[in-house]
Ligand binder design. Structure first.
Ligand SMILES: *Cc1c(COP(=O)(O)O)cnc(C)c1O
Length: 359
């Protein structure tokens, strides 16, 4: 295998920016998602195939005012991070999983799939070109945002026949999330079985804004989403999957068609199993959580996602009942998982699961 040169399958035309903007960037102050690297990748799906793959200077798009995405919301995205190992090699955490999930989202939204090889070659080419945009100080990374939109300029409600696939990247600083105060959803829902909750579809996030705003107004950081039929089973929090530590068991809601299949979630389950810590994927009700709290058995609740890795829950309120969780220093499982993932990502511990994609 060693002396076979693997050429990228996909021709990507590169137009470099004339003057890099990197010197204008304060790498010590990088609010999430506001700084963009020099280039972006764009490809068009037309006449049944992907074409015109190109990397161009980051900039505005032009589109038909009747584009499907602007009216009927054919839009999906992914989110992942590139880091540099101590020897300077850029790596991406579980790139193949992100490529697969992107296509699962595409299928649900009736959009063209992006061949995994194109998805990966495009990201590889982007990171190679803008590799000096990967921040190197601890906890920072280059956030990668691939997305796809329906591009047909036609007002009938039907699947678009043309699509635009775009990738841009943002350098992001270390993220130290404050423990969050949650309230269970009582009126609004994020997703229902049979809906689009499993897809990273743009519309899901638009629908979550009002309930989030109302929760903020009442002094809570985020909404804990409940099932749409009975408001009894716990789903997710904000844009993260949830884990509960009850006694010495770890429980995470089973993916049931309404829960986004987080890659961080999946990785946590693998790490827990590897360490012989009991982890259950099953339905969990708010009543079970309240009961455990009353028994003094509710040790931890945390959210899991690419951005924060682990986001500890400080308190959870259901109707008028507020549960305050133990001090963050005592959160054995959440803190262990956060450290473990970060150590794998930065190359501090061996990547025995093969999760790092070396560029
Ligand atoms: C992206 C996302 C997650 C977390 O997924 P990761 O792959 O771990 O980043 C969880 N819930 C929702 C709704 C999401 O959009």
């Amino acid at each position: 295998m060693d002396n076979i040169e693997v050429k990228p399958k996909h021709e990507i035309e590169i137009t470099k920016i004339s003057t890099s903007k990197i010197h204008q960037v304060d790498f010590n102050n990088l609010p999430f998602g506001r700084t963009f690297s020099d280039h972006m990748f764009v490809a068009d799906f037309k006449d049944g195939q992907w074409q015109n793959s190109r990397i161009i200077p980051f900039g505005e798009l032009t589109m038909h005012p009747a584009s499907n995405v602007l009216h009927y919301g054919q839009a999906i995205f992914e989110g992942m991070k590139a880091y540099k190992l101590h020897d300077g090699t850029p790596v991406i955490f579980r790139l193949d999983e992100h490529a697969k999930r992107f296509n699962e989202s595409a299928r649900r939204l009736c959009m063209a799939e992006v061949p995994e090889s194109l998805f990966m070659d495009a990201i590889k080419a982007m990171i190679e070109l803008d590799s000096n945009w990967i921040p190197t100080f601890e906890g920072s990374s280059l956030y990668i945002r691939p997305f796809m939109i329906g591009a047909d300029g036609y007002l009938g409600v039907k699947p678009s026949e043309t699509f635009t696939f775009i990738i841009f990247t943002c350098p992001v600083g270390p993220y130290y999330p404050k423990p969050v105060h949650l309230i269970t959803a009582e009126k609004y829902v994020r997703a229902i079985e049979g809906g689009v909750g499993e897809a990273k579809a743009a519309g899901n996030y638009a629908a979550s804004l009002l309930p989030m705003k109302l929760a903020n107004e009442r002094g809570y950081d985020q909404v804990m989403w409940m099932d749409a039929k009975e408001f009894k089973y716990i789903q997710e929090v904000g844009t993260m999957n949830l884990f509960f530590v009850i006694g010495d068991k770890v429980i995470t809601p089973a993916t049931d068609g309404a829960i986004l299949k987080g890659i961080t979630r999946k990785s946590f389950i693998s790490i827990l199993k590897d360490k012989n810590i009991e982890v259950e994927e099953r339905k969990i009700t708010i009543d079970e959580v309240i009961e455990a709290y009353k028994q003094g058995e509710l040790k931890e609740i945390f959210g899991a996602g690419t951005a924060a890795v682990v986001s500890h829950v400080a308190s959870l309120t259901h109707k008028d009942f507020k549960m305050t969780l133990p001090a963050i220093e005592d959160r054995k499982i959440g803190n262990m998982l956060k450290k473990e993932i970060n150590d794998i990502r930065t190359g501090l511990v061996e990547d025995k699961f093969g999760w790092l994609y070396h560029l």
